[in-house]
Design a protein around this ligand. Structure first.
Ligand code: FAD
Length: 281
């Protein structure tokens, strides 16, 4: 972790593009609240295969017009070079200067992989077509990507994204700080020198957390799982316990030199901002 200490810490919030008029209103309120905490940027997710293309674009443009610093996510699976270029061109024109470049997962029923296979190809494409216009973030997996054949292969694939031009990384969420420390140490051993910012998932609902974690390969430690399970429908206790667990995780990460935190807000301000305030960011 030594070399991560030299990076200026960045603290950011992730949002997703809403589907309904009600969701749009809710997101406006959420980002107003979160903006008061003065994050470095907001990121906005993008459904793979272009499923949220218009909604992501609209959300990003609205936020950019409001004066927020926005980093749109862009997933390349199921897309053509032409499509991706058009989105990036639009972002360039309105002054966006940071992109979270991802492969994404093909939505079920969509058979066409498109013209990109992996995120490193997207990173290379952005560099080739837009040179240094965008600061490029990529995804990192301290507990390894669920499809990776081994931890070592996954690390090599992470390096490919950095070699292709990624400037920094945001991790999948995790609750085991040692997985992150080990991942960063492995990167440093190979001479990799970019900030790797931990992704933080506040604990809102037990069933939702287990569903997400099973899908994305994040481990919920047994003791956390058991405690949450025991609280059942007692949301207040789930939140109180979750806030303690996640705040302690963040404190440990920052004390060890993590270069910031990226909060998966799920479009609600409450839990993320409570952790943020507790940490005194
Ligand atoms: P890649 O880096 O391409 O890796 C995918 C898999 O392929 C890994 O197993 C890797 O080991 C392997 N691999 C990579 N490169 C190669 C190669 N050259 N040859 C062979 N194998 C290779 N998803 C969305 O749909 N929209 C979002 O907005 C979104 N935002 C995210 C933000 C963050 C911070 C994170 C951590 C994830 C996000 N995801 C999002 C989820 C992500 O799209 C999935 O985890 C997806 O399965 C992998 O995307 P990736 O960019 O990490 O892919």
């Amino acid at each position: 972790m030594e070399s991560q200490k030299k990076f200026e810490p960045t603290f950011s919030f992730e949002l997703f593009p809403p589907q309904t008029a009600q969701g749009i209103e809710k997101l406006r309120k959420t980002r107003q609240q979160l903006a008061q905490l003065n994050p470095k940027f907001f990121s906005v997710t993008f459904g793979a295969g272009g499923s949220t293309r218009e909604r992501t674009l609209e959300t990003v443009l609205e936020m950019q017009a409001e004066g927020h610093k926005v980093a749109p996510h862009l997933s390349c699976i199921g897309s053509t070079r032409e499509n991706i270029h058009a989105v990036l061109k639009k972002y360039q024109e309105v002054g966006i200067r940071q992109i979270v470049a991802l492969r994404g997962d093909l939505p079920s029923g969509m058979a066409q992989a498109g013209e990109f296979r992996y995120a490193n190809e997207l990173v290379a494409f952005i560099k080739q077509e837009f040179s240094e216009t965008f600061h490029i973030e990529v995804a990192a997996y301290p507990e390894y990507h669920p499809q990776a054949s081994s931890a070592q292969v996954d690390l090599q694939n992470f390096f490919r994204k950095v070699e292709a031009g990624a400037d920094s990384a945001i991790t999948q969420y995790f609750y085991n700080a040692d997985a992150y420390f080990n991942f960063v140490a492995s990167c440093e051993k190979q001479g990799l020198d970019i900030p790797i910012v931990p992704g933080i998932m506040p604990i809102n609902k037990f069933s939702q957390l287990i569903r997400f974690s099973d899908t994305c390969g994040a481990e919920v430690p047994r003791w956390v799982r058991k405690k949450l399970e025991g609280y059942g429908d007692d949301t207040e206790s789930v939140h109180a316990f979750g806030l303690d667990v996640v705040t302690a995780l963040c404190e440990r990460l920052l004390a060890a030199g993590a270069p910031g935190l990226h909060f998966y807000t799920l479009n609600t301000a409450g839990l993320s901002s409570t952790i943020w305030r507790r940490l005194g960011i």
